[in-house]
Every structure is written in C-alpha cells, then in structure tokens.
Design a binder for this molecule. Structure first.
Ligand SMILES: [Zn+2]
Length: 239
C-alpha cells in the first residue's frame, strides 16, 4: 500500500511495515479475496479539492455503489439494495447507500466493523444528504488491534453460534446470513468497548452532526469528518 500525498488520499497512520504487520498478525491471509466486478472509472482533475472529489462519488435511489479512489480516478461498481463488494485492501475505499433508505445518512454496524477490520485507511460513506469521511489515525490503530485480536480468538465460535440462533428462529429466511452478519458486527463492536452500540440508529433522530462524530471517536477511535453532499455547500466542514 503506497504512501501518497494527494489531499483526497490518507496517509498510513503508523509505519507501513507496522501497519501491514497489524493486518497480517492475526490472520495469516486476509479474507478479502472476493471476485470484483468489472467497474467504471471517473477521472479526477488534479486541481479538484478533497471534498469535491468525494462529491463526485455516485449514488442511486435503490442500490449501493462501492469502490476505491486512486490519485487519478474513482473506481466503482454496482451492488444490490443492501450491500456492495468493497476491495478492502485499497488505501481509500468508499460506498454509497441507496438514498431512499431511512438510514442512508448513517454508517451501518457492518460498515463500522469492516472499516476497523480491513486495511483501508480511509472510507467514505455517501449518504443521502451527508458524506462521512472516516479515517484511521494512531488512536484508531489500538481499536483495530483489539478487534483483530478478539476475532482471532472468537470469530469462528461466535459467528457459528449467532448463525445457528438466526437459523433456528427463521430457517426459511434468505436473510439469515445478512442478519447473522449484522448481529456479529454488533457483538464485535460491543466487545471492543462500544457499550451503547444497539442505540446507534437512533443517532439520526438525535444530532448526527456532532454527537455521532464524537461517539465514534470515543467508542471506536475513528476520526470522522462530515460534509454536505451538495455542491453549493462546497468547503463546509460540519464536524
Ligand atoms: Zn453501508
């Protein structure tokens, strides 16, 4: 993962060797070897500001998009209504929620779990009205380490148990796997210290522009900046 100096790309928060070691210390091989669909590319003008790059990220009323950002371009592909494959070992990754979803403007439990669990250093969530720019810094690395070490000891047994419970409750449902994945993410985030993790969706009814940002910093060590998506608000940093 190279170091880059483009403003829309993050810097690895610790030495590259240490960072790579963190993400291979616990799991010998990262399980992010999905087959990636053929994507689309948007070229970036070098004069584009950081937030204006993120404002080019596409979204749809009904499906998720996801991909990654390089120095020169945005790469992306389509997902479905609930998820999209993300190439998690890229420096700067992103995904968009369907804008009509009631929780479009909030990262999901699975989004937060995956951000800490995989080596991407920055992840941008494109919501309906908001852009969430989530970064890992030195403080975040401690939470990543805690999560990875917990998973090394508990992932298989915990996920199996959650999956069995979900199947027993509704054996016919096609959504059992999705439900178990979400419940697993909630479990892991609670295990690494987020006591009120279940209350997270209520943030949208409270004050997402300040309390959500400080909550993610305090509970998961994630550095968040929020921006409005609309171009007429260019440069407005709501954090
Ligand atoms: Zn999401």
């Amino acid at each position: 993962m190279p170091r880059m100096s483009h403003p829309h790309l993050p810097r690895v928060p610790i030495s590259l060797d240490e960072y790579n070691e963190l993400y291979t210390l616990v799991f010998e091989e990262l399980d992010c070897d999905d087959e990636y669909p053929l994507g689309t590319s948007i070229s970036l003008d070098p004069s584009c500001s950081e937030v204006d790059v993120y404002r080019k990220l596409p979204s749809s009323p009904r499906i998720e998009y996801g991909g990654y950002i390089t120095a020169e371009s945005i790469q992306y592909w389509e997902g479905d209504a609930e998820s999209v494959i993300i190439e998690q070992n890229k420096l700067c990754t992103w995904h968009s929620h369907p804008v009509t979803h009631p929780w479009a403007d909030l990262p999901s439990w699975i989004d937060l779990h995956r951000f800490l669990r995989y080596p991407n250093v920055r992840h941008i969530l494109v919501g309906n009205r908001l852009l969430w720019v989530m970064d890992k810094d030195e403080d975040t690395v401690a939470y990543c380490r805690r999560l990875l070490e917990w998973e090394a000891a508990n992932l298989t047994s915990t996920f199996s148990s959650i999956l069995d419970t979900a199947k027993a409750r509704d054996a016919r449902s096609d959504d059992v796997w999705c439900e178990a994945t979400q419940m697993y993410a909630i479990t892991v985030l609670r295990e690494i210290g987020w006591d009120s993790v279940k209350d997270w969706p209520d943030q949208l009814e409270r004050d997402p522009l300040s309390s959500s940002v400080s909550l993610l910093r305090e509970q998961l060590g994630i550095a968040v900046r929020l921006y409005l998506r609309l171009s007429h608000t260019a440069g407005t940093n709501l954090s």
